[in-house]
Write a protein that binds this ligand. Structure first.
Ligand code: URP
Ligand code: ZN
Ligand code: ZN
Length: 479
């Protein structure tokens, strides 16, 4: 009997720490051997001239997400899976909702049913908008026991945001249960105040989205989230950091030894607030929160990435088309920026953009690219067996052509959304083949996977979400 089901031969294997000429032998969906000149047993894929990378891990994706107004994000688990595979990503974490005044259970059950169609391997973050006694004491322990080991809180957005006291309740529950907390950091009241003033002055166009939430709004909330997390000694990841002055808050906390991590996204390395000022209503296509900033920020953000302050790059993929009644343009009506849905699609574009802007332009090493887009997110969120190439790890691989030049188009994104904010961008470096647990799921842009073939990734206890620090006066408010 052949020792391997599949051998990927002749490529250059890249991990977060090493670059080596090696063949990868795969058995039963796992990496079984890494060595030069493995015997060509089972199926053989020639990776000559290509990099062999771990499949991308995107820990911030809004897929088929249920919204409080009854709408569902446009990308289904099937279309989002196709988009992820096309861009070299093989695992994601997406979001189960909680609606204020309602329990978590039924909404989570509904979401789990939808997720069964996934072709991607996936884990879930549990959004918490209403941490009542019932939720904190009964539902969250059950949620964690079912393998969901991270919570997401929003400091802004109607009707999702939590106030500081609610956030402390979530942080304390996370500490008790050994879960990571991801935080959307923007000041709710400040955005409301600015929005009201702008609309009163007749400033309604998409570009005023950026004016309604300048960096100080994000910086203040980031400082506060970190302070609250410090109070109860709970690890947090600050989601979608948009600019260096916010990253500096994280750097200061990290310098003090706090358990704070920072994520950014390709949009904050490539798009600008000026994109929201494109003619007509086109600017809506670039609207996300926090807002993209000035072009000068991009280089500063790469500096923060090189310093390790920001150690994860996710997509924050968000499914709103431009056309359509619940789309960005709301069927061509000239809606004020306040009413345009926030968020942009980026699952497929994430790895090509980060490789091109980062590795091809000499800003980061190829090993740092793997760390930022696969290894670090997998470790931060306890995704065992994902995000690296090692004996015993899941055989999730991407064969990457580092020299291929591609002009991004919406068709290449394979998502259900009718546009990409990166239309026309030229990138260097492209995924030519993706393997998920030993199965080829994408070859030259053609996705070939069965709906339902993805697996839920239950997460058990893991070290990063198990704080053991000391709290003020030796009194633990989370106990
Ligand atoms: O604008 C954004 N980022 N929309 C998606 C939801 C979120 O805030 O992450
Ligand atoms: Zn957010
Ligand atoms: Zn998001």
């Amino acid at each position: 009997m052949a020792e391997f089901d599949l051998v990927v031969r002749g490529g250059t294997v890249v991990t977060a720490t090493d670059t080596m000429r090696a063949d990868v032998g795969i058995r039963a969906g796992k990496v079984a051997a890494l060595a030069d000149n493995l015997p060509p047993e089972g199926r053989v894929i020639d990776a000559g001239g290509l990099l062999v990378l771990p499949g991308g891990v995107d820990t911030h994706c809004h897929i088929e997400q249920l919204e409080p107004n009854g709408t569902v994000h446009e990308d289904s688990f099937v279309t989002a899976s196709a988009s992820a595979f096309a861009g070299g990503t093989t695992s994601v974490i997406c979001f189960a909702s909680q609606f204020k005044g309602r329990p978590i259970g039924p909404t989570l059950d509904d979401y789990r049913r939808r997720a069964r169609a996934s072709m991607l391997d996936y884990a879930l973050h549990q959004i918490i908008t209403d941490p009542t006694d019932e939720v904190v004491e009964k539902e969250l322990p059950a949620v964690v026991a079912s393998g969901i080991r991270s919570f997401k809180v929003f400091m802004t957005y109607d009707p999702l945001h939590v106030d500081d006291r609610q956030m402390l309740r979530v942080l304390a529950a996370a500490k008790r249960l050994g879960a990571m907390v991801a935080v959307h950091c923007e000041n709710y009241a400040a955005i409301g105040f600015m929005t009201e003033a702008l609309l009163r002055a007749g400033l309604t166009a998409p570009k005023y989205h950026a004016w309604s939430r300048p960096p100080v709004v994000e910086r203040e909330a980031t400082y506060r989230a970190i302070a609250l997390a410090e109070l109860v000694d709970t690890p947090i990841q600050v989601f979608h950091v948009s600019c260096a002055e916010v990253a500096e808050e994280i750097a200061r906390a990290q310098g003090r030894g706090l358990k704070v991590w920072g994520e950014t996204c390709p949009q904050y390395l490539t798009l600008t607030a000026a994109d929201m000022d494109r003619p007509g209503f086109e600017g809506a296509k670039f609207m996300c929160s926090p807002s993209p900033r000035d072009a000068a920020e991009h280089e500063r953000m790469w500096g923060m990435i090189r310093r390790g302050v920001l150690d994860v790059i996710s997509s924050d993929h968000c499914g709103y088309s431009y056309e359509g009644t619940s789309g960005k343009s709301q069927n061509g009506r000239d809606v004020p920026f306040r009413d345009i849905p926030n968020g942009i699609p980026g699952l497929a574009a994430r790895l090509p953009i980060v490789f091109s802007e980062g590795v091809a332009k000499g800003r980061i090493s190829v090993n740092a690219f793997v760390a930022l887009t696969a290894t670090n997110p997998a470790r931060l969120y306890g995704l065992a067996g994902k995000g690296t190439i090692a004996i015993g790890a899941d055989a999730d691989l991407v064969l990457w052509d580092p020299a291929r030049k591609v002009t991004l188009t919406n068709a290449l994104m394979h998502h259900a959304i009718d546009y990409t904010p990166y239309e026309g961008m030229e990138v260097t470096g492209w995924p030519v083949l993706a393997i998920r647990r030993g199965e080829v799921v994408m070859r030259n842009g053609t996705v070939q996977a069965e709906p339902g073939s993805g697996r839920f990734l239950p997460r058990g206890p893991y070290a990063l979400a198990t704080p053991r620090g000391v709290v003020a006066n030796g009194f633990d408010p989370a106990a």
